[in-house]
Design a protein. Structure first.
Length: 169
């Protein structure tokens, strides 16, 4: 087989195999792994998440909390700081294959994690109070509907690698 036929065959087969990999983790028998306890976080060296101009909160992710589970869920602690310096945080996961977010725990004013009683997956495009999960997905957590590697997400958010074209999803 000559090189042009080999290239043409790969051009047709490679995207299909990539799609199969992406859908296998989103199969009907998909099971979420235990998210575990919310990790310790720091608000000192957050990776910034770009938010629309009307959002007054500064949003960032502690890079030391980013984990990719074997279930394909990217988990992290997102920290939101308002203009007076008050800190809110949430332990979340994004599921790139289904465009969903789940909040596992919230940081309390007493400085402890409060697990969400019945965490559930929500469409990150829905009318949630904040669009930060979609911003996180588009700015580094997801690449083509599949979770990015944590180290790549850190590079993208820290500006060491260009942001993913077309939002990564």
């Amino acid at each position: 087989m000559n090189k042009s036929w080999t290239f043409a065959l790969c051009f047709l087969i490679c995207p299909a195999s990539y799609a199969l990999v992406g859908t296998s983790i989103d199969a009907a028998d998909w099971v979420e792994e235990d998210a575990g306890s919310a990790p310790v976080f720091s608000s000192k060296k957050l990776l910034p998440v770009d938010m629309p101009p009307y959002v007054t909160l500064k949003v960032g992710i502690d890079p030391n909390t980013i984990r990719l589970g074997s279930d394909g869920v990217m988990r992290y602690v997102v920290v939101m700081v308002n203009s007076t310096g008050s800190v809110n945080a949430a332990y979340e996961g994004v599921r790139c294959t289904s465009a969903e977010v789940k909040t596992y725990a919230r940081w309390t004013s007493q400085g402890t994690w409060e697990p969400v009683a019945t965490p559930s997956w929500k469409d990150w495009n829905s009318n949630l109070p904040s669009k930060h999960a979609m911003a996180i997905a588009r700015q580094g957590a997801c690449d083509g509907g599949i979770a990015n590697r944590p180290n790549e997400m850190v590079k993208i958010l820290s500006g060491k690698t260009p942001r993913i074209k077309n939002g990564g999803i």
